[in-house]
Design a protein around this ligand. Sequence first.
Ligand SMILES: Nc1nc2c([nH]c(=O)n2[C@@H]2O[C@H](COP(=O)(O)OP(=O)(O)OP(=O)(O)O)[C@@H](O)[C@H]2O)c(=O)[nH]1
Ligand SMILES: [Mg+2]
Length: 131
Amino acid sequence: MKKQVHVAVGVIENGRGEIFVTKRLGHQHQGGKWEFPGGKVEEGETLLHALDRELSEEIGINVVAAEPLLLVEHDYGDKAVKLDVWLVRGFVGQPRGLEGQEGQWVAIKDLDTLEFPDANGPIVEAVKALQ
Ligand SMILES: Nc1nc2c([nH]c(=O)n2[C@@H]2O[C@H](COP(=O)(O)OP(=O)(O)OP(=O)(O)O)[C@@H](O)[C@H]2O)c(=O)[nH]1
Ligand SMILES: [Mg+2]
């Protein structure tokens, strides 16, 4: 069986009904699509530590308050992922793409106008249900 990649993902909300999303770089898996920032959980690392580390590396924020939102398992064929998605409502710093990726705040009601990887459908639905 294909190994499943465990990923910590942050849905970052700014208190005004907007979510920070970034665009995956062309050479990455699912390149060119929008994503919620995050990345692979390392061996021996807690989920919250992985989330904080990835958000710090990718968009320059540190997590102050996060709660689990949902878990999504998806098989792309070339790769299987388990996305551990956290709602981040408290953070220090202003998010911006630190790895050359585009980033923007988008209103929750406009999230489904963006193209996300297939695994993200249930995430977008869960975020829309927050409102
Ligand atoms: N961060 C993130 N990854 C996602 C999302 N949706 C989704 O299918 N993925 C998949 O999750 C996998 C791992 O995420 P990642 O590529 O961000 O991992 P990473 O930051 O550790 O990157 P690296 O592999 O370049 O070190 C990728 O296959 C990616 O396509 C999403 O909304 N956010
Ligand atoms: Mg990443």
